[in-house]
Design a protein around this ligand. Structure first.
Ligand code: 5GP
Ligand code: ZN
Length: 112
């Protein structure tokens, strides 16, 4: 199975890890769109948000708490954005569920 983020999680592709626990791995995006831009991915290979089910409820809650705690650590008290791009029309390019966390500048809305 070839999955870029599974290979990042298992260390065969290097990344700038900022947080890790038994459920998730967080690392800086290689193409930052803001001064702070990292990704939080579940260690379980889930293709997209569209593949989520009841059994993932705790995992998704955990991901949002990890995001909040990391944003506190990075001093983003003025705000930040958590984004999930889902499947083709959502702009997903890596088919392993991930949440972008962006901050450190004022972000535009709506996205294009
Ligand atoms: P998506 O477009 O699927 O929502 O987001 C995929 C993200 O993964 C993009 O923001 C892209 O910059 C990031 N990305 C793609 N390849 C790599 C990589 O090899 N290393 C890291 N750290 N990020 C990557
Ligand atoms: Zn994967």
């Amino acid at each position: 199975m070839e999955c870029l983020f599974c290979e990042i999680i298992n260390g065969s592709i290097p990344s700038e890890c900022i947080y890790e626990d038994e459920l998730v791995y967080a690392f800086n995006d290689i193409d930052k769109q803001a001064p702070i831009h990292f990704l939080i991915v579940p260690k379980e290979h889930i293709k997209s948000a569209d593949e989520l089910s009841e059994k993932h409820k705790e995992l998704i809650g955990h991901i949002f708490l990890v995001a909040k705690n990391l944003c506190g650590k990075f001093g983003l008290e003025n705000g930040y954005r958590i984004v999930n791009n889902c499947k083709e029309d959502g702009g997903q390019t890596v088919n392993h569920l991930h949440f972008h966390v962006l901050g450190g500048r004022s972000l535009n809305w709506p996205p294009g």
